[in-house]
Design a protein around this ligand. Structure first.
Ligand SMILES: [Fe+2]
Length: 357
């Protein structure tokens, strides 16, 4: 994306010179000049597909608040200098202070930074902030975004020759008129599967799905994202699924369905659903889930006897390795590398990598 912005910046500069020279020409006496060359001399992609060195660098976290934890995590994000941040819901935890939240974000990251939103349960029905207000004060900054920003959208980054398709959805969340329908074959289910299938059809190297609520979790909550919807993401081998909601950090092994695992069942564990259990995995074998509900607001405990624990490679909560922080991801056409970066005063680390075949 930085590349495309840079290209557009040069294009604008070129256009400005062009306009200036046309103006000067018009002011001077003498025969009209031949038409100037079109400004296509500005750098253009010369190859089809992704260039080998295009990197998409993004951060992601949810459950933020407006306190010192949020500010410390935003300082980490600012220091990492990503191209965009996925804010995975639960922003201000209070109605009427949406602008204060937005000012905190733009004060740390700048007004042009793509701080990309998907709603949490605290602002979806307006009771502790209103997603409509957040969308107004932190509007979409990704060109070509499709869908409804803040609730259900996808965008390819960079817009031309993309490396990542980001798909953000809102299952398991109460809106003013109740939850949105993500049941099998509903419009929103099909919208999601079309976005995933479309990325594959367009040979976009990576598909990252984000939503506020997780399904599998070692914290407080059960499968709010929906068992069928979550298994659909695994069946389709989405590379990485991100969430917040449970105020913990947890990152799964690569999970897969197949002949020996018909589908993952919440609140249970089957080793047959593990595709790869080390931190270096290969694309297409399954899906990695990460919950980063540690964007600034208080932490929840890890349930150390949670039956889903066998699915996870790393976890952190109030009672075990507590940490606020962010996920930090770099994706190229051949490799997706992710790590947890703790905020000041915390020491948790985690990293994993998915390579393309
Ligand atoms: Fe939350």
């Amino acid at each position: 994306m930085a590349g495309s912005l840079r290209t557009r910046g040069k294009f604008r500069l070129g256009a400005a010179f062009l306009a200036l020279s046309l103006l000067l020409t018009a002011c001077l006496p003498g025969p009209p000049e031949p038409p100037p060359p079109s400004p296509t001399g500005s750098p253009q992609p010369t190859t089809s597909g992704q260039s080998a060195d295009t990197t998409v660098h993004f951060t992601a976290q949810g459950d933020i608040g407006v306190g010192s934890g949020a500010k410390k995590v935003l300082d980490v994000v600012a220091g990492l200098k990503p191209q965009l941040n996925l804010a995975l819901g639960d922003f201000s935890y209070e109605a009427g202070i949406e602008q204060q939240f937005c000012d905190m974000v733009t004060g740390k990251l700048g007004t042009d930074f793509p701080y990309q939103l998907v709603t949490g349960n605290h602002e979806s029905d307006g009771h502790e902030g209103d997603i409509e207000n957040f969308v107004r004060c932190l509007p979409n900054k990704l060109p070509g975004l499709q869908g409804e920003y803040g609730t259900q959208w996808y965008a390819d980054v960079p817009e031309k020759n993309p490396v990542v398709r980001f798909i953000l959805v809102s299952p398991g969340i109460d809106f003013r008129n109740g939850p949105l329908d993500y049941s099998r074959d509903s419009d929103r289910w099909r919208w999601t599967t079309d976005a995933i299938d479309g990325a594959r059809a367009e040979n976009i190297p990576w598909t990252v799905v984000g939503m506020h609520v997780p399904c599998f979790s070692l914290g407080r909550y059960d499968c709010q994202a929906g068992e069928e919807f979550t298994n659909m993401l695994i069946d389709k081998k989405v590379d990485l699924v991100l969430s917040g909601h449970d105020h913990v950090y947890q990152r799964s092994h690569q999970l897969a369905t197949g002949t020996s695992c018909r589908g993952l069942v919440p609140a249970s564990f089957s080793a047959n659903c593990l595709a790869d259990v080390d931190s270096s995995t290969v694309q297409g074998a399954g899906t990695v889930f990460a919950t980063i509900g540690v964007g600034g607001v208080g932490l929840y405990d890890i349930k150390s006897k949670d039956p889903e624990m066998g699915y996870f490679a790393k976890w952190s909560g109030r009672n075990q390795n507590p940490a606020m922080g962010t996920l930090d991801v770099n994706a190229t056409s051949s490799d997706l590398s992710a790590r947890f970066v703790p905020a000041e005063g915390y020491s948790l680390t985690d990293s994993f990598r998915i390579q393309r075949k």
